[in-house]
Design a protein around this ligand. Structure first.
Ligand code: HEM
Length: 368
């Protein structure tokens, strides 16, 4: 049987792969394709018990960002309106980080990574005194998340202990956080302390590595291509457009997952309930049938052409906050540019998301 253009069956992973933009539009807007397989089991642990790594992931699926009641509330919190108030805070954090850069170093380590964490903690309302410890919590959490996504179920006693202490600290920091819109959702009557700690962990994992990668590739595009910096300087392109185009070429998440919830023929082939469908974001973002000269860097392309943040029911919860974070950081760098070694950048897959390393910079005064 001939398959529709852009659809492939991967017999090894038993997944349908979508590599064409037109078909990706159909999949991600198809009401028969849900966002999660049903894999959360009832949480029977004592409410005071600090979650183990496996209970944490169960809570993630039970009361995470896809929870039927929580999801719409989170969408309201992560909307452009409430987030607009944070733009000046992000701009200040970016300008401070930019001012602290010394003569030379690595832009990912010295600017991108710490700014992404601080910006996220600020958006979530965490007290500034907790940011340094929360950075450690984040690294322990990401160790567990990456291990999990590599299929490792057991982490060992020491890692479990570090994980438990991190969750205890995260819970106490949530108690000290400011009453920002996200915290109001978490503090509403009926909130479940450990489930909400797991939810914040999920938001950190779903957001920080991706913003870090998105910002790193956007910095590379802005500072590594003199013509792009000049276009921004002349007002012919915005930093938002530069970021969008950089992430079209290097999407931080390479795949968008869906599972059929009922028998479906919408893709031109019969799919039974539970079939896994994976959209290849890089292939779709660079589909020559829909994107003119996909290999050329063109900030004027509209952001609607890309699948970097998903579409429809599979649209990223944090897309607006990510875009604000990245734009404010790029704004600070465009105002006071650095010289980077563009050829040194490496983009690798760490098993959970794409990760960027190697953006060596040197300071120079004034624009090139
Ligand atoms: C440049 C940064 C980001 C990119 C490129 C990105 C991309 C994506 C994509 C493609 C999806 C769909 C994945 C799928 O359905 O399989 C997604 C889902 C999601 N994103 Fe983002 N994202 C970014 C930042 C953020 C931030 C800052 C947050 C914080 C709130 C966030 C929270 C989420 C959540 C909660 C989901 C749903 C996850 C799930 O259902 O398991 N993302 N994101």
């Amino acid at each position: 049987m001939a398959l529709p253009d852009g659809l492939e069956w991967d017999g090894e992973t038993r997944q349908w792969l979508v590599r064409k933009r037109a078909l990706a539009e159909v999949v991600l807007r198809d009401p028969h394709v849900g966002t999660l397989p049903a894999n959360g089991v009832a949480d029977t642990a004592h409410p005071d018990e600090v979650p183990s790594v496996s209970r944490f992931f169960n809570l993630w699926y039970l009361r995470g960002a896809n929870h039927p009641e929580l999801a719409p509330e989170l969408r309201r919190v992560y909307n452009a309106g409430p987030l607009a108030d944070f733009r000046p805070v992000l701009a200040e954090l970016a300008a401070e980080r930019r001012a602290r850069l010394t003569g030379s170093g690595d832009l990912v380590e010295d600017f991108v990574a710490p700014y992404c964490l601080d910006g996220t903690f600020a958006l979530m309302g965490f007290a500034e005194q907790d940011w340094a410890s929360l950075t450690k919590v984040y690294h322990v959490l990401m160790f567990a998340v990456r291990s999990r996504f590599r299929g490792e179920r057991e982490l060992g006693e020491r890692a479990e202990q570090a994980f438990a202490s991190s969750l205890v600290f995260l819970r106490s920091a949530l108690g000290r956080a400011r009453d920002v819109p996200l915290m109001k959702v978490l503090r509403a009557p009926g909130a479940l302390p450990w489930a909400d700690v797991a939810l914040v962990g999920q938001l950190l994992a779903a957001g920080v590595p991706q913003v870090r990668t998105g910002l790193a590739v956007a910095c590379h595009a802005l500072l590594g291509r003199p013509e792009v910096l000049e276009m921004v300087g002349r007002g012919e392109a915005t930093v938002e457009q530069v970021a969008e185009e950089a992430m079209r070429i290097h999407p931080p998440f390479l795949t968008i997952y869906g599972w059929t919830t009922e028998t479906c023929d919408c893709l031109g082939v019969r799919l039974e309930p539970g079939a896994a469908i994976v959209v290849d974001v890089r292939a779709v973002n660079n589909d020559p049938a829909d994107v003119d000269g996909p290999e050329s860097f063109c900030p004027a392309r509209g952001r609607t052409t890309t699948f970097t943040f998903g579409k429809g029911a599979h649209y990223c919860l944090g897309a607006t906050s990510a875009r604000y974070q990245i734009a404010e950081a790029l704004g600070a760098l465009a105002a006071d540019p650095l010289r980077i070694d563009a050829a040194a950048m490496r983009v690798t897959d760490d098993g959970f998301s794409q990760t960027v390393s190697g953006l060596p910079y040197t300071q120079h005064h004034g624009r090139t």
